[in-house]
Design a protein around this ligand. Structure first.
Ligand code: SF4
Length: 305
């Protein structure tokens, strides 16, 4: 095993084929509505960094049922994790959150988990307590934080309008509750050196982060990053460089860290750059394994914590 994949982790946990089903809860984001910032992160499109958002206003129950039917027939999936993915999925009062989360988890008896993607600055004890309460109904409850990098200078250039310290605060709070956690990072960020990227990996290792979701930076239509690309200010990594970066990053993480994803996000029809992502996405895992074989390493080989 060259890395600990999320699929194998779920298989160990449930002894069944478990799939995440993406839900659009109709949220917005404090980095879009002016509370923290306007315009959002430079790579975020109008779907809120989700590749599978539904048409707005589709009832949650309907989203869940449709999604389950598709995954059952296409992948022979057996159990499902309701995944609130688009925008900031804790950005509402607790009563509203409870109504939305309830609607998702009670839509089908095949739902075995709840996963909520959010920003570190949009969580508090009351919301974490609500999320943790779903442990009574479900064996698996998780929160996902978009960290991207530990370097505040880079976060600022991405217009994230939050800091690494916000993340540390959210992580400390989260650990007071029985909730699994996962952290999103992006490789190939503009203005960030390879050394800085690996410092993020080292910090995740030091913090004993449970799960990591790795994205490649992609420019999607109608985003500030797409404009930067067109102006020659954003130079995406080549496929080969990305594989190297992935291997370097994974070598630094502890072997027990669950790797939720190894590649970029975003709808292929909206992709502006890098275009190799359209044709070569399926080659990422085999090429990464080849790279590990060549180096005689795997996830954790260079972990220092
Ligand atoms: S925090 Fe997430 S939803 Fe909000 S602007 Fe950034 S990527 Fe988009």
């Amino acid at each position: 095993m060259y890395f600990r994949s999320y699929n194998s982790y779920l298989q160990e946990l449930f002894h069944a084929r478990v799939y995440k089903i993406s839900i659009d809860g109709g949220f917005t984001c404090p980095n879009r509505d002016g509370t923290k910032g306007r315009g959002g992160c430079i790579y975020c499109d109008e779907k809120g960094s989700s590749s599978r958002a539904h048409a707005p206003a589709t009832p949650i129950r309907e989203q869940v049922i449709k999604n389950i039917a598709v995954r059952k027939s296409r992948y022979r999936a057996e159990k499902f994790i309701a995944y609130f993915q688009s925008f900031t999925n804790t950005y509402a009062p607790c009563a509203t959150l409870k109504k939305l989360y309830d609607e998702a988890i009670f839509a089908s008896p095949d739902i075995v988990g709840l996963s909520i993607a959010t920003r570190a600055d949009s969580i508090d004890e009351e919301k974490l307590s609500l999320i943790a309460s779903y442990q009574q109904n479900l064996p698996y409850v998780q929160i996902e934080y978009g960290l991207q990098t530990i370097h505040n200078r880079t976060l600022s250039s991405l217009n994230r309008c939050e800091s690494f310290e916000d993340f540390l605060h959210a992580l400390t709070l989260t650990r007071q509750f029985p909730i699994h956690h996962c952290v999103h990072v992006i490789l190939g960020l503009p203005g960030e050196s390879k050394k800085e990227e690996l410092q993020t990996a080292d910090m995740l290792a030091k913090l004993k982060i449970e799960g990591v979701k790795i994205h490649f930076l992609v420019a999607l239509q109608n985003t500030p990053l797409a404009l930067q690309y067109q102006q020659g200010l954003f130079h995406p990594l080549s496929f080969e460089e990305q594989i190297m970066r992935l291997a370097d990053f994974l070598e630094r993480l502890p072997p027990e860290t669950v790797i939720h994803r190894l590649s970029g996000n975003g709808h292929p029809q909206k992709l502006i750059a890098p275009l190799w992502m359209k044709e070569r996405k399926k080659e990422i895992v085999p090429c990464l394994i080849q790279e590990f074989i060549k180096r005689n390493t795997k996830q954790g080989s260079r972990c220092r914590f």
